[in-house]
Design a binder for this molecule. Sequence first.
Ligand code: ZN
Length: 407
Amino acid sequence: MPCSQTCCKRCNVRLDEIQHQPTAVATLQRALRNDRVAHAFLFEGPDGVGKETTASALTSCLLCRSTDKNGEACGVCDSCRMFAGGSHPDFQRVHRGLHRQHPDLRVRRTTGLFLTIDIVRHFLVAPAAVTPRLGGGRVFIVAEAERMTDDAQNALLKTLEEPPGRTVIMLLTSAASRLLSTIRSRCRRVQFNALPREFVEHVLTHRVAVPPHHATMLANLCGGRVGLALRWRQLGLLDELPPIAALIEQAHHGHFDGFADALIERIKLLAKRITAAERGDAASETDADESEDSAIDGDNETEEESAAKGAKLGTDVLRDAAKLLLMLMAALVRDGLLLAEGADPKFLLLGKSRLAEMLARSGDAAGLSAAITAVARCEQMLDANVNQKMAFDRLCLGLNRVSAIAN
Ligand SMILES: [Zn+2]
């Protein structure tokens, strides 16, 4: 079965099986056919739209010893089998979790939030300088390239400029502007775009058996980024809808006490689930720290058990969790606004809910619009590193504007 562009980091998907990214795929196929593959690519576009799967498919083609006339991998040679099995000696996926495999204890003890110079030097720059074990070329995929520190990017420049032998480096990013211009200018840029909503829903319902109602909600929220939808499903994001709806209702009725503290508590719990999921991902890719990481498997844990594992929460993770909950909040209020304006319920992001109906009944459009603006402003405040409690106190007032105007 063709890959859904989401199933794994190293799958056997062929380039011609990649769906809904025709421009990117055509660019790469043309390069393969003409034997003019660039030595450095920058795959840019939203998270979760197939950059990683496409990079994996291109890697297969580059490593295969018996490609067809179009340059597609055969899927059966030793090299193809080793790559599919995750054991190809001339392939390296460079990602944040690699700090755990670094020989230096000091690096292993870092948080893994960034792609540091230590990771880039050890797992990319140094191996790129060594002759490929199988005599072909070497391929490196750098995930979340925008997380490279400036030092790391500078350390990579020379390798990008003059890669040894038949080395190909693919930098994957959703934020190309955060890379140094000197990095961007050395790469062949390939653009990826958001996926159709129907495709996202299909993947969710058919590949991971998400109930149709939830699949619709996740597809509506993710904006064509199926990888994010799958991530949110893994995190149980929709489980946060009832408590977030309760907080909106609380603010709507003017009960300010405890709003900020309750929201901060929800954020911490979600952040711990995000951290656990990231650590689980890293463990599955590294083989390292098995005893530590095998315990962190979100599926069978309660929130509290997971939280009790006490992974240190980084500021980035807390901000990500806060933004996810604010996204739910904005969607819930937006649904109330749509209902207030008489929209067909089929256009609601999260379907008809008690809260949306309550907001529609009691708030007017101006008040609900102001509430949505308040959520957006809160997100901006978090980005500007404003104190969380202060931002949430203001948010609570903004949400209460619904009733203030209605009354
Ligand atoms: Zn092959």
